[in-house]
Design a protein around this ligand. Structure first.
Ligand code: PMP
Length: 388
């Protein structure tokens, strides 16, 4: 039996997505800049994909700028907006639990002279709106708060955050990488200026992402060249990737509600099953304001890494946190921001469910967790006698 529950790190490409992409590697190899039938074919494919992605977030086709990844979109959104609109102010406000690609970009902008302010989150990972209101002022050029955190699953009150930003004339960027395809997103109602999305999180190919840029908003590009993507991202377009992302977005929109309901049920069964059968286990993140596919559990007295290895031997793949920072051995900045101690953060495990998971998978995990945890606790010098 193999149970893959690390969808936040990587998702398989949907077979229908792969099928849509295939011709664009071979017979449909045109460059959309070309004035002949192959070029026109590529232009049409891009237009379709732009429409499919726009439709997922209720945007217009012209507002979608394709990039190579969510990381690039975060770079373009934040650096591009901060540099272009510096006259609006010098302050940038972000949450302390943003993805590392947002936090490290902010560090870089800090070196360029921007003043970076970090808004704390509460013990369940929800941004402190009072603190946000204190930190966003008329000198603020940009506010960035993610829709949902892929590690702890907590969903943020993004519309309220956007309102605070706009009251002070600041732009609002949101990283929707982890949320897209799982919860409904609507850029108008949510009052978004810039939104990051990634293809793989929608079961599309890696190497493609996009940035939603509200009509009329200009950014200072990071890639300078032939002026593709409305001048905001030069370089010949990755047509197969873009076609794949478009198809993935279309499928995500079609299946969103049913899949969210199904995954929420599996998620809740997994949480309940583990909490009932493993003593001293706790849920990290918000109980309800949570992505349908995310379970982040803390098991006292053991290390997440040893849990991962033991579970892998049983055919269960999970993660200790964000794949992007997993190699640093540092405890997750997200878990520390919730107020957890280092050892509590180290003893946490992330299960991210996806299309391929079913009830049988969840029961398999619930069945094996108590034994694995007991065995590891028996070896840990920190375990109290009654838990051995
Ligand atoms: N933002 C968020 C919220 C993420 O979870 C991730 C990782 N999936 C990224 C950005 C970066 O994605 P990528 O490494 O594909 O650029």
């Amino acid at each position: 039996m193999n149970v893959y529950m690390d969808h936040e790190a990587s998702r398989p490409v949907d077979p229908l997505v792969l099928e849509a992409m295939m011709p664009y590697f071979s017979e449909k190899f045109g460059n959309p800049a070309s004035f002949h039938k192959l070029g026109f074919e590529a232009q049409r494919a891009m237009k379709t994909a732009r429409g499919q992605v726009a439709s997922l977030i209720d945007a217009q086709e012209s507002e979608i700028i394709f990039t190579s990844s969510a990381t690039e979109s975060n770079n373009l959104g934040l650096i591009g907006a901060a540099r272009r609109h510096r006259k609006r102010g010098n302050r940038i406000v972000v949450s302390g639990i943003e993805h590392i690609s947002v936090l490290n970009v902010c560090k870089e902008l800090g070196r360029e002279g921007f003043e970076i302010k970090y808004v704390p989150v509460d013990s369940e990972g929800i941004i402190e709106l009072d603190r946000l209101s204190e930190l966003v002022n008329d000198e603020t050029v940009l506010v960035s708060v993610m829709v949902a955190n892929g590690e702890i699953g907590t969903i943020q009150p993004v519309k309220e955050v956007a309102e605070v930003a706009h009251q002070h004339g600041a732009l609002f960027h949101t990283d929707a990488t982890a949320a897209a395809g799982q919860i409904s997103l609507d850029v108008s109602t949510m009052e978004i200026d810039l939104m990051t999305l990634s293809s793989n999180d929608l079961y599309g190919p890696r190497g493609t992402g996009c940035l939603y840029v509200r009509t009329g908003l200009r950014l200072k590009p990071l890639m300078i060249g032939g002026g593709q993507e409305a001048g905001m991202r030069s370089g010949s377009e990755n047509i197969p990737g873009i076609v794949g992302m478009g198809k993935a977005a279309e499928l995500a929109k079609e299946t969103l509600l049913a899949e969210a309901t199904r995954l929420t049920r599996l998620r809740d069964r997994l949480i309940r099953g583990m909490m009932e059968s493993v003593p001293d286990s706790y849920l990290n993140g918000h109980r309800k304001q949570r992505l349908p596919n995310n379970v982040n559990m803390r098991f006292s007295y053991i290390e997440g890494e040893s849990l991962i290895l033991s579970l892998d031997q049983l055919g269960i793949q999970v993660s200790s946190g964000s794949a992007c920072t997993a190699k640093t051995l540092e405890p997750s900045h997200v878990l520390l921001s919730l107020g957890l101690k280092h050892e509590e953060a180290h003893g946490s495990l992330v299960f991210t469910l996806g299309k391929g998971n079913n009830e049988g998978d969840v029961e398999y995990v619930i069945q094996h967790m108590p034994g694995v945890v007991r065995k590891l606790r028996a070896m840990s010098p920190l375990t109290p006698e009654e838990l051995r």
